[in-house]
Ligand binder design. Sequence first.
Ligand code: AMP
Length: 433
Amino acid sequence: MTFKELGLAEPILKALETEGYTHPTPIQEQAIPILLTGKDLLGVAQTGTGKTAAFGIPILHHLYEAISLSQNKRKVKALVVTPTRELAIQIGESFTAYGRHTGLKNTVIFGGVKQGKQVNALRAGVDIIIATPGRLLDLMNQGFITFRDLEFVVLDEADQMLDMGFIHDIKKIIAKLPPKRQSLFFSATMPKSIVELSRKMLGDFERVTIKPEQATAEKVEQGVYFVSKGNKPKLLVHLLEQRPSDSVLVFSRTKHGANKIVKKLDQAGIQSAAIHGNKSQVARQKALGAFKEGKLKVLVATDIAARGIDVEELSLVVNYDLPNVSETYVHRIGRTGRASASGIALSFCDKEERPYLRDIEKLIRQEVPRMPQHQFVDEGIDEEKDDRPAQKPRNQRNAGNSNRSGNSNFRGKNNRNQNRGKNNGTGSTNTNR
Ligand code: AMP
């Protein structure tokens, strides 16, 4: 199946060509035809599957087709609500890129920065708003946004929004939308609370499910080191020294832990930066910007700060701590090996984290390959006995390069294009007109 066969408008096909997308991903192939018929959609999928384009493309297609019919001043016709500022900015970039020949305008709304620029963008008129819940509700209550003409609403990463306590804001926002609209609901997991919320929001809907293992197992080479807490910094420094030119995202379970990792790396002469909730929005954007541009090679992040981060050429994800929620592992390793690229995810597992590893392996229905013994790996840690021999990660290239010093020489290949639209991250308007 090609994008052309999906019957999309010419300007969108042209933009997808520029993006280097030749074929739709599974979620796009399933969701786009449903959305083009005007039905509601429940998408069970995480980032990394191509879900932004799965909802962005049909919305842009529909709005573009309707432009010539309407001579009115711009009105907000589509709203995307998403949990984090970083994700909102990224989705805004995607709308700008896919819609670059349509003349449609989008703007990004999020908290933590002054509202003036965002209000100015709204006053100038936009077709599409991408927003985090708190600031959106705030601007709605101040009368800067009206959704009288809204045709599409997308709730993205719904499970994460609930985890972050946005449920009341979301209900208030939905209550203010016109009942006649097309609603899209995306969540990586479907606990009971999410099922209930989706029932409230969706009308006659179809469901599309992209299983986590499809996203992880196929694209990302995984490996786990059994290492004591005390040896984790040395192992990380060692791995990073082996790949000085690679972009590496390191996950820490806590904000404090993230700061400590940056300090340790600094002591070892490796430049890095941390992004987490205690950092100012400006600091987070600065670090993320430098990382995206390849000026900063190592970014240390907590889960919430990193959720949905989409970085070109991200070749390695390191789980410095294993997450205690298994789904988080899937989200984390999905940062590398994005749609058409392949990547590597290496995890550090200390003794206390062994139960987390077992839960993760249950979820992804595969064993995370054990990395070969290594000078910083505690021989003793594995005593509970995992009698399984150390394995090489699936599809490992350069397999002959692995050795006992841990010089596993993974190389992530990334063939993603470099033509993504840029957003200055200040909530300014992106337009192609
Ligand atoms: P998402 O799940 O929306 O965060 O998308 C993951 C990544 O896949 C993004 O970097 C997109 O630019 C990329 N992508 C989305 N759709 C396609 C496609 N059909 N072909 C190649 N790359 C894609």
